[in-house]
Design a binder for this molecule. Sequence first.
Ligand code: ADP
Ligand code: MG
Length: 466
Amino acid sequence: MNPQEAWNIAFSQLEIQLDRASFETWLRGAVFLGCTEDGSYRVGVANTYARDMLQHRLYREIRRVLGDVLGDRVELSFEVNKLETVSATDDELPLFRLLNRQPEAPANEVSAPIYQQVSRPQRPDLPESELNPRFTFDRFVNNQANRMTYEAAQAVAEHPATQYNPFFVYGGVGLGKTHLLQSIAHACRERHLRVIYIPSEVFTNDLVDAIRQRTTAMFREKYRSADVLLVDDIQFIAGKESTQEEFFHTFNALYTYNKQVVLASDRPPTDLHTLEDRLRSRFAGGLVMDLQPPEYETRVAIVKMWAQERNIELPLNVAEMIAEKARANIREMEGVFNQLAATTHLSRRPVTIEMTENALVGYRRPRHHQLTMARVLTATAEYYHFAVSDLVGLRRTARLNQARQIAMYIAREVTMASLPQIGDAFGGRTHSTVLHSCNKVAHDLPLDDMLRTDVAAIQAMLLGQD
Ligand code: ADP
Ligand code: MG
């Protein structure tokens, strides 16, 4: 298998494994550019934002999948792929690529708005509005715990902007928020309403670009022309002042014109602490509903639905085993199911209990007392591409300092080590240094998305290896 083939296989697996919004937004146009001398894979992406997102947030996931395909560890790097951008014809260029192609306007010079420069009607299907065809109401297995939320979502889809505006859905990771939001989007789009579905991070990115490119007028026009605006993972705009400001105005404009706004978040509006009061009360002023983990019977029903859709013969005790063991959330369950589906497909053998047990191995619950300082150090060093000796050494750079603080914080969270023990592991630092680091990270966490992502990723690395 040559590197290009390996990349192609990994790419199609990522399409299944990553959540749809991430894949479509960050990876969709990615191309394999070649290998470096030391065998690291170079991947070209559409813009700097995609590059940064992939590097910081999806790196491990992509490396793991590619590594599995190759049967060996592999490193990757992401680059902005100029070639690909200029080779596409203007007609196919999504709006954000057009924006990217504009030379940066000098700060003190007002350039013409983008729509005058490109003088063509805005495409109705903006890239951020691409929907996962599988996220529809009829594929959302309803259940007692979430019946009201599901029905409210249907009501919103049938009669947007009449009763429940905004409609705010919250719940833990992998419980179907995105699925529900996109179901509303599909239903409204079928009725030819103008629908914009967007993860809040893309909204932020779009805004930052618009400010930089001096196209904020067009930015506003775009979002305010929606009949239904659905913003996913709205918790990520908490703490970002200019985004909140802009969103507040967008929200008010839509509300005034009697348009529907739908929001999803990992926590209720009242818990979005760094959200401005006026936004929080706006959010809370609509209908706020939550998604709970579905009960066992529903989980079995969901697994059965997946098997049926893919024509996989799944014994009932296997479906029950998956529903029983991979219970944290539906995405975790889906991961186990996908692995099983791949195994039976590749081995051309029917699904068995042993096969299922193997697929479940990676999903065991964490046991904290087994986590040692050494493992925290290794995981953090690996995540940031440092050597452990650098992490515990004396050299000071901004990145090293931050990695150290995060490692200390995580050590305090997940190991049984005391403050002085943690300090010792870091080459004899004092317990007050450790405490200071832990407090700093704890303080910054709610305010800093990137930090939260990094901490969560490192913790996931640790808790995943058991
Ligand atoms: P969230 O946005 O809350 O993190 P997602 O909407 O991405 O979660 O859901 C994760 C996966 O679980 C998706 O593949 C989704 O289709 C599936 N899923 C979640 N809830 C249900 C449900 N009630 N019925 C069927 N599939 C579900
Ligand atoms: Mg989601």
